[in-house]
Design a protein around this ligand. Sequence first.
Ligand SMILES: Nc1ncnc2c1ncn2[C@@H]1O[C@H](COP(=O)(O)OP(=O)(O)OP(=O)(O)O)[C@@H](O)[C@H]1O
Ligand SMILES: [Mg+2]
Length: 390
Amino acid sequence: MRIPSGIPELDRVLGGGIVPGSVVLIGGDPGIGKSTLMMQMAAGLGKLLTLYVTGEESVQQIKLRAARLSLSPPESLLLLAETNIAVIEAVIERTSPGLVIVDSIQTMYRQDLESAPGTVSQVREATAALMRLAKTRAVPVFLVGHVTKDGIIAGPRVIEHMVDAVLQFEGERHHAFRILRAMKNRFGSTSELGVFEMHGGGLREVSNPSEVFLAERKYGTSGSTVVASMEGTRPLLVEVQALAAPASYGVPQRSSTGFDLRRLQMLLAVLEKRVGANVGRYDVFVNVAGGVRVDEPAVDLGMALSIVSSLRDLPVDSGTVAIGEIGLGGEIRRVSQADKRIAEASRLGFTRCVLPPNNMRGLTPPSGIELLEVESVEQAVAALVGSPAA
Ligand SMILES: Nc1ncnc2c1ncn2[C@@H]1O[C@H](COP(=O)(O)OP(=O)(O)OP(=O)(O)O)[C@@H](O)[C@H]1O
Ligand SMILES: [Mg+2]
């Protein structure tokens, strides 16, 4: 039995809604929108009695935020500005809320412990106390947690082990997109992803992320390829970009945003060996447009095409979506769920998909899209780099 959060993208990441008695940690960089997300959820929960505990902002500040977000908080929303766990426990006992939000766990403290709020023992004990409440009363609890520079939830790692789910709210500071990802989930898959857009009026759900991520694509320029990445059960088309520029200092630079750097180095080595690309003399920068991160081998082929395209300054056919993992021999390897990726490409008006041979068997493509089988990265480069923009 799950409670809908009122935010379908959040429900998707939770695995289909909020599980009673579960404790969910929402982590993210300062200012990314954690409180906004929690506030929007709280305001949308309707009749469910919700206790929003704030240790960071005053009740007035929360009201201001609600006004800015044009939310009309329901009568069933209780606000409590408090950081003492014992008081919070007492309020929960007295009011019996159906959902509790604690913003943030780093500000909470237990009086009987000597250390300051935010220290390892305080954060751990505060979490333990809220876990006990959640489990004994079967009330779901959301904990907001700060994240340090290196992406770890501040405070002890042990709280990540204690809670039922850890959701990471991430995004590039200068992009409006926010991605909610499950890092751990005892009640669902960790591969689902929620996509939001932050604007003055708060977070807006993005239900057609492919369209949004491709919106700023420039046609006919070199170093750009569209790939189809699977994020959980949902295909996501994104543009992967590469820029190769002659290296001016001894060791060529490799820099990556949104793509694994070691994977990039592997792809460069394969391109050098199998395609004869002279990557050693170039600085190579790669970027996934829109501030998303793609961690899936199926985007290898698109990334390799973007790199060669930039090296040769010839565009990749812009009507094509590239799908395939690249092996060390330069071979294009099978990917999962090819049919869903192709369907998404077709839906967005792409006319061609390049695919690994092992994915071709038994596929019936949607009409209007041509499937091109490529066995090797050389073959893909020959077929796609330098073809006129569609
Ligand atoms: N007046 C405003 N107009 C437009 N956007 C705003 C305004 N005020 C805040 N924002 C947006 O809301 C974001 C802050 O959201 P929020 O307070 O939910 O973040 P948070 O993750 O809870 O931060 P913290 O870690 O500091 O608690 C800002 O980064 C900004 O993008
Ligand atoms: Mg906040």
